[in-house]
Design a protein around this ligand. Sequence first.
Ligand code: SF4
Length: 263
Amino acid sequence: MDQGSAVLRGALAGSTGEGGATHSPPRPDPDALLARLDDLRAGYGHLSGAELLRATLVQGPLSGGTALVSSFGVESAVLLHLVASIDRTIPVIFLDTGKLFPETLAYRDQLQSLLGLTNLRTIHPDSRALARLDADGTLWSRTPDHCCHIRKTAPLDQALDGFAAWINGRKRFHGDVRATLPTIEGEPSTGRIKLNPLVTWSAAELDAYRVTHRLPPHPLAGKGYRSIGCAPCTRPVGPEEVPRAGRWWGIDKSECGIHRPGV
Ligand code: SF4
């Protein structure tokens, strides 16, 4: 077994889902995922942004079977515009946790209309899980990881069922675990490929793209919010802070869990 296979097999052995996953896809084949990842990186790993999306999605190895997952947050318009410019029918999955800012829901509607997205899928947490585990809606204040699991990870797992790959908008300048992200990632626990087309983009490049293409800002962008998730777990940040400093501030948590360890 080569070193890459050993690493991936180790990750697979340790992937049991977060907080007791309610959705259990078939165990992926680690060798098949590594081989696919090698092929994709050899052919497309040097690309980013529109070039990466076009090469992989338009009659490329990821055409069909790929979804974009978007939070419709402060930086989301750029990736949504890039994808819509290539194919407005690509599934766009939006996770409405039930705890979002109303401004985010309005922004989703605005961008859907502006970009002509024809396959926007708004998904929600399982109502029975909420009734059983978060009846008063305050789970976020006690065990946020558990709250993220039932409001984010579990419903997204279900929504991505049947997709071989997904696109997301993380960038290295977000820092922390995102600082070293590759452009093309494999997700051992699901066997899916993840495309990170904006991973090398800077905040200035995102702003420039948004202005050039006349994309509206998120309604909260002008109020100091530079990374937006659920309302109870998001605050504005000061100019001296990194964008994600306003997420789950004051506790040891920087990710919601939908981005599982990748290779
Ligand atoms: S971000 Fe906060 S409110 Fe949203 S799912 Fe996670 S813990 Fe719950």
